[in-house]
Each structure stands twice: as C-alpha cells, then as structure tokens.
Design a binder for this molecule. Sequence first.
Ligand code: ADP
Ligand code: MG
Length: 706
Amino acid sequence: MFQGELKQPVSRLQGIGPKTSAVLSAAGIVTISNILKHYPRGYEDRMKITGLAPALKSNDAVIINTPALITSHEFFGRPPRQTLKVMIEDEAGIPASLVCFGRGFLADKLQPGRLIMLYGSFQNRYNELQSSAFEFEVLPPEATIETAADEASALSDFGRILPIYPLTAGLNQKPLRKAVSHALSEWAGNIETELPEKIRLEYKLLTKPEALRQIHFPDSEESCTKAVTSLKFEELFHFQFAAARRAFKRKSVHKSVRPVSASERKLENRLLGSLGFKLTAAQDRVLAEIRTDMSSEKPMSRMLQGDVGCGKTLVAFIAALNVIESGGQAAFMAPTGLLARQHADNAYKLLTPLGINIALLTGSVKSEQRRHLLQALTAGEIDLVIGTHALFSENVAFKQLSLIIIDEQHRFGVMQRLALSGKNSTADLLLMTATPIPRTLAMTVFGDLDVSTINELPPGRGPVETHLAAIGNEQKVYDFVKKQLNMGRQAYFVYPLISKSDKTSLKDAESMFESLEKQYFSGYKVGLIHSRLDEKKKKEIMDGFREGEIRIIAATTVVEVGVDVPNATCMIIEHAERFGLSALHQLRGRVGRGEHSSYAFLIYSPELTETGTARLKIMKQSTDGFYIAEEDLKIRGPGNLSGSEQSGFLPFTIADLNTDFELLKEARIAAAALVNDDPGMLQPENNALRRLFEICPPFSDDLIGG
Ligand code: ADP
Ligand code: MG
C-alpha cells in the first residue's frame, strides 16, 4: 500500500508550490519516493563548534562553525561602491571580519551587539582572519555567547549536520532541504523495512524510516554512516536474494531432454565437415565445456565470452544442433533486428542443408506470417528460432525448448533474459558476450553462471591496422579507401549523428551518405543505414552490402554489434572522440573478419578532452578487447563503473559495486542463507517472500521473473 502512496507527486508535500515542483521534476524528482531517494552528495557539519582558532593556525582556508558576537561595522573602498566589513569575535575573543562584497544590505541584519551562528570559510589575510563566503543566522536577543551553541539547534540551518544535495539548474539547497524534510516527516514513518527483521538485527542495521531520516539529516557522523550502510545493504540484499533464488531453483530442477552422446552427434559432424575450416583449439575447448554441462541433469547456465570475431556464433549453432538431434528446440536471441537477421541468414546457409527448420521472429514479422510461425513453434515443427526480444512475448510457446542462447547478453536486461528462460526453466542457458565481465559482476550478478572463454581468433586474422587522423586530413584517408575499393574491398563510414543538427557542426550519416556517393566516391554504390530506417530497408541495404553490390556503408553505431561482412576491410569513424571505448572496439571489430588486411581510421577533432585523447591512444595501441575493457574502466574511474552499463539493469540508487564489494559479499551470504535455510521462502504464498516481491522495484520484477 505504501508504495502507491510514495508515487504521489512532490506537489503533495506541504510548502512545495507549482514553481518548486516544476524545478524538481525537471531534475527528475517527480514523486515522494524520488525525493526520499535524492540522497545528499555530502554534508556540512554545523553541529560541532570549532571556534575561530583552527583558521588562525592555518595558512589555508579553513571551514569554521561558531557562534560569534558582532562588534562593529567598517566600510572600505570608494563611495558609492563601498564594501561592508562586519567585525566579529568568537567565544574565546578571537577577532575576525566578514567581508560583504555587494551585500551592503547585510548591515541591517548584522547589528553590532547581536549574536549570530556563523558557517564559512576563513583565511588569514592582511594580518586578520577574513571570510567572504559565509552563511549565518541571527540568534534571539536573549542568547549569550555561552548558551549560543545550545540555542543553535532551534535554528533551521545550524546546530545540525546539514545535507548538501546534488543540484541542477534552478534548484537550491534550501527549498530542497525543506522538501526532503517534509517528505520525511509526512511519509517516511509509513515505509516498511524491506529487509527481513532477522537479517536486519543480525547485521545491526537501521529500519528503513530511520535510515532515510539519518541519511538526510544525520544526528551524528556515526548514524550517517550506519544509514548509508543500511540502505546499501538493502539494495544489495535484494539483488543477491534474486540471484540466490535463481540459483536454488535451477539447482533443484531436472532436465527433460539431454543432448545426444558423442557417438551420435551426426548433425554436428556433418556441419563441421561442410565448413571449409577447422574449429580453433579454443572453440573446441569451450564446446567440450558446454557439452559436459548439457549432458548433466541440471540445466546449464554458462557465459561464453570472447573477443569480437572469435567465432562464438558457430559454437552456439553446434550446441543447438546437439539438442535438436535429441528432439529439442533451441531459441537464439539477439539484441537487434539487424543482428537477428544476420544470424538467421547464416543459420539458413549452414544448417538448412542438414534438414534443420529455422525461423526468424522479430518485431517486423507481420500478423498472418507470425501466427503461422507461432503455431509451427508450438507444434515443434521449428527446430531453431532466431529473433529479438520478440521471442519472449507472452504468446510465444514452444513444444520442447531445450536450449536458450542469448547473444551480446549485456545488451539485455535481466528481466528479458529471465522472461525467455521462464518459457522453460529446465532449458540450458548459454549467454554470449564480447564484453568481458568485471570480477565483481562475475562473482555476483552472474554468481550462478559458469564462464567459458574463447581467447583465440581464427587463424589468418591479422590485427586491424589502426590510424589516427586529425580533422582536415580526411582526403588522405579517402584516397587510401579508394585504393582498397579498387582492389575489390568494401568500407564502413560511421558518424555520431543520423541527421544534420543546427546545434553542432558534427558530421551526420545522412549528409555524408550524399557527399560520399556524389562527391568522394562517385561511381561506387553507397548505402545508408541507421536506426530510424524500417527493418525491410535495413535488410535491403545490409543484403546489398553483404553481396558486394553496395561498396560503402554510411552508418551510425547500428553496425556496432555483430555485423559480419568479411570482405569489408576499412572502418572509418569520424568524430571518433565522440564514441566510448567499447563502441570503438566493437566498430573496429566489423573489419578484420576475413583473409584480407584491414584498416581502421579514427578521425578526431583537435579539441580533445583528456579522456578523449586517452581513448584514442588505447585504440591505437591495442586490439585486445580484454585489455581495452580494463583500460576503459581505469579511464572512467570508480564511481562511473557501477556496472550498470555492463549489465544494463543494475538500478542501484546508492550501492556501488566497485566500492561496496565487501558489503556485497555479506549480502550474498545473508541471501544465500535465507534461501537455503528456508526453501519455503520460494513459495509465493509465503508472506515474508510476498513482501520481498512487492517492495522495492525493480528487483521485485526480477524476483517474479525468476
Ligand atoms: P563473434 O564471436 O564476434 O560473434 P562470429 O561468430 O561472428 O564472431 O565469427 C566471426 C567470423 O569468423 C564468421 O564469419 C565465422 O564464420 C568465422 N569463423 C568462426 N570460427 C572460425 C574458425 N574456426 N576458422 C575460421 N573462421 C571462423
Ligand atoms: Mg557475435
């Protein structure tokens, strides 16, 4: 019940008018829940009285929080632009001055003889202590300097630890503090503690209402730390609970279909015989690992990682053949329609000769055809279905789904993956990725997964030769590309924008498509591809490119994942500094996929940021995806690598997988213990579990999906 209430708009809060709520919602703070989760980025300790002495002893500016007596006023500078200087002293009689640049009006408030509470940065200057950046509140007339510290707690901004919130344009600390404080007093009391009580007590954590109060307006440093720990633990716990529960469920089921034994595997052997090349040693090794899993009674949960171009797809197809041979079906999910179609094309080429029935299911398959397809799938007439997330829509049912393959898994949310495995929880699961999983994630999110790595590219693949070119040198690059085209090769040109924008001078794919075709490469057929084209148009262009009729593709990052045209040898990325390292690496992975030498040209603008420079250097230095991913993490620095990009679904509001690893491990132990000690928790009718389901989205979705 409370959850619905927390979704009320912030305008429901006392004292929040339409103007403030407009500013708040522009900052993404729309609901009461949002504002309660708008955690401070820091604090000002206006509780501990420092006196002025610390500033006296230091050469640098020092933050001071003290009661002070106003002794006199002075003015300096020339009229009419005189500056007010307010002379004060602290309890110990140390004098200082407040320099009120442009704030002459303060003379009325800061009357000599009055006591104030003062917070500001003080520095020794011209033989006196000065501050020009300070905040104050005037104490009531009956206050004395001895009682001031006690009276301060009655003031709104003193005598406490004040939160400092992240701000955006138009937002100020004061109204925000007021809004949070109202949200806390009016709503926080009703919020249920989401951790099971037993665990909360065992780990000495605060209840949710108390944790929220203490993180926003802490009573002390310790209670603040405790609040942060409690909130982080709660997030991590939910996360780990979901993982533990998934692991438990998967461990407790038995598969119905097991793949054929080594003596059979007729389909696999026929495929290998038809290939014209041999599997790499690494492919052989991971296949053996996959086969062992698949022949076990427990469902497989395996991550197959390997750099772009190492041949993961083929391994997945072979795994699929083995379940198909024993009467099962396989589903192969790709993150984009483009990629799904390409995999389907490959599958038709390689697998239909073996008598495998293949279907492609994407969002653009229309109703009549779709109905047929779904029927055939349910009847078991389709052996291998390849598609996008359309594969896990509700009306898709299988006769005997035995293997689920998810390509470029990091592009899917955990929910999508689970929805597909929900089609048959005993199916084997093979996740594939070219983006190596950081250790923290491997141990946690994917804690219930085994990992196989292909650490070798097929033979004859030279590393892609990478060149950096400053803007202005395009013609040289284009001349080089022309030579490659004359030798029969093909090229990709990638741009950061689809269409021309008035706001920037960046090149865009549409305009460059025209210039490339009409001006730079007239006589060669150029194709344009980007996400706004419909599936049919995209297919037409990609088919034309694959068949070699289209020689150049002008594109956005839609060609980033998986596109496989071995005859393409040139990748030109304009405004390369605009792309992240993993995108650059993926894009470069589109070339160097065949027998010919391949080249990447990164064209950059001279106004490079430090990280932009670093990224380009790394791209020049290395073609090793694992090394690049590591460097990427270093450049982005902790705090930015919460893993959310990696996994695309970790909506932590406060926990950070990089800094909270120890806490994460504790949460993992607590969650596993809860699940293992009390398998009854797995029954949805159990109250405690229902609570875990209901509270704290998005983990609840995750849990239900499992
Ligand atoms: P990725 O791991 O990036 O998904 P792909 O599966 O798309 O890589 O494979 C890249 C290319 O290498 C494909 O054209 C594929 O046919 C080819 N390939 C895969 N395995 C081998 C091998 N053992 N020898 C030669 N070429 C291979
Ligand atoms: Mg691939």
